[in-house]
Design a protein. Structure first.
Length: 156
Protein backbone atom coordinates (compact mmCIF):
# COMPACT_ATOMS: atom_id res chain seq x y z
CA UNK A 1 0.00 0.00 0.00
CA UNK A 2 1.23 3.47 -0.88
CA UNK A 3 2.08 5.62 2.13
CA UNK A 4 0.42 8.97 1.57
CA UNK A 5 1.01 11.68 4.18
CA UNK A 6 -1.03 14.83 4.48
CA UNK A 7 0.92 17.73 6.06
CA UNK A 8 -1.88 20.12 7.05
CA UNK A 9 -1.40 23.70 8.21
CA UNK A 10 -2.02 27.35 7.53
CA UNK A 11 1.45 27.96 6.08
CA UNK A 12 0.93 31.73 6.17
CA UNK A 13 3.73 31.88 5.17
CA UNK A 14 5.50 28.55 4.54
CA UNK A 15 8.79 28.80 6.49
CA UNK A 16 12.14 27.01 6.59
CA UNK A 17 10.76 25.13 9.59
CA UNK A 18 7.92 23.68 7.49
CA UNK A 19 10.30 22.93 4.62
CA UNK A 20 12.63 21.06 6.98
CA UNK A 21 9.79 18.82 8.23
CA UNK A 22 8.78 17.89 4.66
CA UNK A 23 12.36 17.23 3.52
CA UNK A 24 13.07 14.99 6.51
CA UNK A 25 9.83 13.08 5.92
CA UNK A 26 10.60 12.27 2.26
CA UNK A 27 12.17 8.91 3.15
CA UNK A 28 9.18 7.92 5.27
CA UNK A 29 6.39 8.30 2.70
CA UNK A 30 5.72 7.61 -0.97
CA UNK A 31 3.90 10.88 -1.29
CA UNK A 32 3.50 14.02 0.84
CA UNK A 33 0.64 16.44 0.28
CA UNK A 34 1.15 19.88 1.80
CA UNK A 35 -2.48 20.74 2.51
CA UNK A 36 -3.25 24.40 3.11
CA UNK A 37 -6.31 24.76 5.32
CA UNK A 38 -8.72 27.56 4.44
CA UNK A 39 -10.06 29.20 7.61
CA UNK A 40 -12.82 31.72 7.01
CA UNK A 41 -12.21 33.26 10.46
CA UNK A 42 -8.47 33.97 10.20
CA UNK A 43 -7.39 37.11 8.32
CA UNK A 44 -4.39 35.87 6.35
CA UNK A 45 -1.30 37.74 5.17
CA UNK A 46 -1.06 35.67 1.99
CA UNK A 47 -3.97 34.61 -0.19
CA UNK A 48 -4.48 30.88 -0.64
CA UNK A 49 -3.40 31.13 -4.31
CA UNK A 50 -0.13 32.81 -3.24
CA UNK A 51 0.57 30.13 -0.65
CA UNK A 52 -0.13 27.39 -3.21
CA UNK A 53 2.26 29.07 -5.63
CA UNK A 54 4.94 29.47 -2.96
CA UNK A 55 4.87 25.84 -1.79
CA UNK A 56 4.77 24.61 -5.41
CA UNK A 57 7.90 26.65 -6.10
CA UNK A 58 9.70 25.28 -3.00
CA UNK A 59 9.13 21.65 -4.05
CA UNK A 60 9.19 22.04 -7.83
CA UNK A 61 12.06 19.54 -8.08
CA UNK A 62 10.40 16.96 -5.78
CA UNK A 63 7.82 14.81 -7.62
CA UNK A 64 6.98 13.16 -4.33
CA UNK A 65 5.55 16.38 -2.89
CA UNK A 66 2.33 18.04 -4.01
CA UNK A 67 0.35 20.96 -2.65
CA UNK A 68 -3.37 21.46 -2.31
CA UNK A 69 -5.85 23.54 -0.31
CA UNK A 70 -8.90 22.39 1.58
CA UNK A 71 -11.69 23.71 3.73
CA UNK A 72 -13.48 21.81 6.45
CA UNK A 73 -12.10 19.06 8.62
CA UNK A 74 -8.61 17.69 8.05
CA UNK A 75 -9.93 14.14 8.56
CA UNK A 76 -12.42 14.65 5.71
CA UNK A 77 -9.63 15.87 3.46
CA UNK A 78 -7.51 12.84 4.46
CA UNK A 79 -10.39 10.54 3.52
CA UNK A 80 -10.78 12.28 0.17
CA UNK A 81 -7.14 11.77 -0.84
CA UNK A 82 -6.83 8.28 0.71
CA UNK A 83 -4.16 9.45 3.14
CA UNK A 84 -2.53 6.82 5.34
CA UNK A 85 -0.73 9.30 7.59
CA UNK A 86 -0.91 12.82 8.90
CA UNK A 87 2.41 14.63 9.33
CA UNK A 88 2.98 17.38 11.90
CA UNK A 89 5.97 19.16 13.39
CA UNK A 90 6.60 19.73 17.09
CA UNK A 91 8.72 22.60 18.44
CA UNK A 92 7.79 22.95 22.09
CA UNK A 93 5.87 21.29 24.90
CA UNK A 94 2.97 23.63 24.08
CA UNK A 95 2.95 22.25 20.51
CA UNK A 96 3.05 18.75 21.94
CA UNK A 97 -0.02 19.26 24.15
CA UNK A 98 -2.01 20.72 21.28
CA UNK A 99 -0.88 18.08 18.78
CA UNK A 100 -1.56 15.27 21.24
CA UNK A 101 -5.20 16.30 21.67
CA UNK A 102 -5.70 16.91 17.94
CA UNK A 103 -4.16 13.61 16.99
CA UNK A 104 -6.10 11.61 19.57
CA UNK A 105 -9.36 13.18 18.41
CA UNK A 106 -8.46 12.67 14.74
CA UNK A 107 -7.63 9.03 15.45
CA UNK A 108 -11.08 8.53 16.95
CA UNK A 109 -12.69 10.15 13.93
CA UNK A 110 -10.56 8.39 11.32
CA UNK A 111 -8.79 5.35 12.82
CA UNK A 112 -7.12 4.33 9.55
CA UNK A 113 -4.89 7.43 9.56
CA UNK A 114 -1.86 7.44 11.84
CA UNK A 115 -0.28 10.75 12.90
CA UNK A 116 3.48 11.04 12.68
CA UNK A 117 5.36 13.83 14.45
CA UNK A 118 8.83 15.07 13.70
CA UNK A 119 10.66 17.17 16.27
CA UNK A 120 11.88 20.40 14.82
CA UNK A 121 15.59 20.73 14.13
CA UNK A 122 16.92 22.92 16.97
CA UNK A 123 17.78 25.91 14.78
CA UNK A 124 14.15 26.14 13.62
CA UNK A 125 12.52 25.97 17.06
CA UNK A 126 11.79 29.71 17.34
CA UNK A 127 10.39 30.03 13.83
CA UNK A 128 6.65 30.31 13.73
CA UNK A 129 4.45 31.80 11.03
CA UNK A 130 2.84 34.35 13.37
CA UNK A 131 6.17 36.06 14.09
CA UNK A 132 7.33 35.87 10.48
CA UNK A 133 3.98 37.34 9.39
CA UNK A 134 4.52 40.31 11.73
CA UNK A 135 8.01 40.96 10.31
CA UNK A 136 6.64 40.92 6.76
CA UNK A 137 3.58 43.01 7.62
CA UNK A 138 5.92 45.70 9.02
CA UNK A 139 8.20 45.67 6.00
CA UNK A 140 11.09 43.79 7.68
CA UNK A 141 13.42 41.36 5.97
CA UNK A 142 12.18 37.83 6.70
CA UNK A 143 14.18 36.11 3.95
CA UNK A 144 16.35 34.08 6.34
CA UNK A 145 13.19 32.43 7.70
CA UNK A 146 11.80 31.52 4.27
CA UNK A 147 12.94 28.70 1.98
CA UNK A 148 15.81 29.73 -0.27
CA UNK A 149 14.77 31.32 -3.54
CA UNK A 150 11.51 32.62 -2.08
CA UNK A 151 11.07 36.39 -2.42
CA UNK A 152 8.06 37.37 -0.39
CA UNK A 153 7.26 40.38 -2.61
CA UNK A 154 6.34 37.90 -5.38
CA UNK A 155 3.53 36.54 -3.21
CA UNK A 156 2.06 39.57 -1.41
P1 LIG B 1 -1.40 25.40 12.09
O1 LIG B 1 -2.22 26.64 11.90
O2 LIG B 1 -2.13 24.12 11.77
O3 LIG B 1 -0.64 25.32 13.40
P2 LIG B 1 1.11 26.03 10.83
O4 LIG B 1 1.26 26.47 9.44
O5 LIG B 1 1.45 27.04 11.89
O6 LIG B 1 -0.34 25.52 10.92
O7 LIG B 1 1.98 24.74 11.12
C1 LIG B 1 1.78 23.54 10.43
C2 LIG B 1 2.59 22.44 11.09
O8 LIG B 1 3.98 22.75 11.02
C3 LIG B 1 2.30 22.23 12.59
O9 LIG B 1 2.43 20.86 12.89
C4 LIG B 1 3.39 23.01 13.28
O10 LIG B 1 3.66 22.50 14.56
C5 LIG B 1 4.54 22.74 12.33
N1 LIG B 1 5.56 23.77 12.40
C6 LIG B 1 5.40 25.11 12.31
N2 LIG B 1 6.58 25.75 12.40
C7 LIG B 1 7.53 24.79 12.58
C8 LIG B 1 8.95 24.80 12.77
N3 LIG B 1 9.63 25.95 12.84
N4 LIG B 1 9.58 23.62 12.91
C9 LIG B 1 8.88 22.47 12.88
N5 LIG B 1 7.54 22.38 12.72
C10 LIG B 1 6.87 23.52 12.57
Amino acid sequence: MQKIAVFPGSFDPFTVGHENIVLRALDLFDMIIVAIGIHSTKKPLLKIEARLKMVNRVFESHDQVSVDSFSGLTVDYCRKVNATHMLRGIRTSADFEYERAMSQINKRMLPSVESIFLLTSPEYTPINSTIIREIIAHGGDASQFLPSGIHIKDYL
